[in-house]
Design a protein around this ligand. Sequence first.
Ligand code: VGL
Ligand code: ZN
Length: 205
Amino acid sequence: MKALLIVDVQNDFLPGGALAVPQGDAIIPVINNIQQHFKLIVATRDWHPANHGSFASNHDNRQVGEVIRLHGQEQVLWPDHCVQGSPGAEISPLLNQGLINNVIFKGSDPDIDSYSAFYDNGHLKETGLHAYLKRNGITSLFVCGLAADYCVYYTVKDALLLGYEANLLTDATRGVNLQPEDTEKAFKDMEKRGARLMTSTELLK
Ligand code: VGL
Ligand code: ZN
């Protein structure tokens, strides 16, 4: 059984948002177009408290893009984004949400970030996604959303570690590209680890 996993298509990751992914909005019609081909759809939301340790604003003399150690984990510092209850944390109103069966919230612990939809960045706690997918007999995942070089990348890596067949929908994701090649590198690494890269057109064939 297959499922579609829509990662963090939230206002703050879209043009005009606090942590806008270049051309992030281009993926929304692509995702809307494929949803009806899945019987199970799960969305994730980045869901940070205002005091989250990934926000540069919560550290003295630190800039966005710097890497620090946060409770033993390497942590890129970000602008404040997806603050719980804020408009930026809402799923984009342009995304069709009528077919979404479950929403997984992640990143709520101020002490550790959670790029992956399955675990925090230290692999210490599960989000509940794996249990939900198992309960529903899902063995194959089709992953799309934002950002290709962070939350989508970490989600696909964990999906493979957990034994799912992982498919990345390459035209339904975009990257932040703090470094210009980051998305390309993430695509290559996912493929090397066993993910299948395909476009939505190939999926619909
Ligand atoms: C993300 C950076 C910080 C993402 C979330 O959704 O890819 N990236 N928080
Ligand atoms: Zn975040």
